[in-house]
Design a protein around this ligand. Structure first.
Ligand code: XBP
Ligand code: MG
Length: 255
């Protein structure tokens, strides 16, 4: 049995992107009186760039009305990102973004059965804090043995650094962990760190090809639709399903 379950945040713990980060980016543009807006399809394209500030810089590169000088561009990206995270914190604190169905029971099962928990994300610490406090309460951090966020690594996912750091902190081998991710970039990060990964697809990556997961399916809320098949046809994915997928290590290609 694996020793630690490592959770991605955006798309995995909660569907934060479309109604959370995206809306908050747009409010930040508005606050600085910029005409820029990211609609849902455009934001889906931009999600290929991990990290909010990096996403802003990538988008500015194709905007004729963005600052020309690199320093000015970076300063604007930083300002927008700070504003965006503030708005995102408010959205999340209002309870508008729920944990994905199936997440909470799995967290509780891990706690009851002594499986350590980790958060491995490229999002900012403040965003993780806001989301987790809103759903698990002010003492949420005590449930997790390790939390690695965007500021903690030099390179964001799909680079494996966040996972490598987590393994070192927990003093476990890659195959003693299991990652849960929703995106191609997240799955690549886990795989490149040799950590077996289960992919619970999210709204923005519902049909995206994702290779090399030990299991891939539509979400933890249901056993139907997973490859390899879960232990039963009904109910949510549970810890024993994960244990079995992890022990089989059957890589699903072209999921
Ligand atoms: C997702 C990301 C993040 C968020 C925005 O990370 O790439 O950049 O979209 O958050 P993960 P920030 O799925 O690994 O949690 O603005 O704080 O970067
Ligand atoms: Mg994700």
């Amino acid at each position: 049995m694996f020793k630690a379950l490592l959770w991605d945040v955006d798309g995995t713990l909660a569907e934060t992107e479309r109604d959370g980060h995206r809306v908050a980016f747009n409010r930040a543009f508005e606050a600085l009186e910029l005409p820029w807006r990211w609609d849902e399809p455009r934001y889906g394209e931009l999600l290929r760039v991990t990290g909010g500030r990096e996403r802003l810089l990538h988008d500015m590169a194709s905007r004729p009305d963005a600052p020309v000088l690199p320093d000015e561009r970076l300063a604007l990206a930083k300002r927008l990102h700070t504003l965006k995270n503030r708005v995102y914190g408010e959205i999340v604190a209002s309870g508008a973004i729920l944990l994905r169905e199936g997440v909470r029971p799995l967290l509780e099962e891990c706690g009851a059965r002594g499986v350590r928990l980790g958060i491995v994300t490229t999002t900012s610490t403040a965003n993780v804090q806001a989301l987790m406090a809103a759903h698990l309460g002010a003492a949420w951090r005590q449930r997790f043995d390790i939390v690695v966020c965007g500021e903690d690594t030099a390179q964001k996912k799909p680079h494996p650094e966040a996972y490598q750091r987590t393994l070192a902190a927990l003093r476990i081998a890659p195959n003693e962990a299991l990652a849960i991710e929703d995106s191609p970039g997240g799955a690549t990060a886990a795989r490149e760190a040799q950590v077996p990964v289960v992919v619970a697809r999210s709204a923005y990556f519902a049909a995206e090809p994702i290779d090399g997961a030990v299991a891939i399916g539509p979400g933890l809320h249901q056993r139907a639709g997973w490859r390899p098949a879960a232990r039963g046809a009904y109910g949510p994915v549970d810890l024993d399903d994960l244990v079995e997928w992890h022990s089989r290590m059957e890589l699903v290609f072209g999921g």
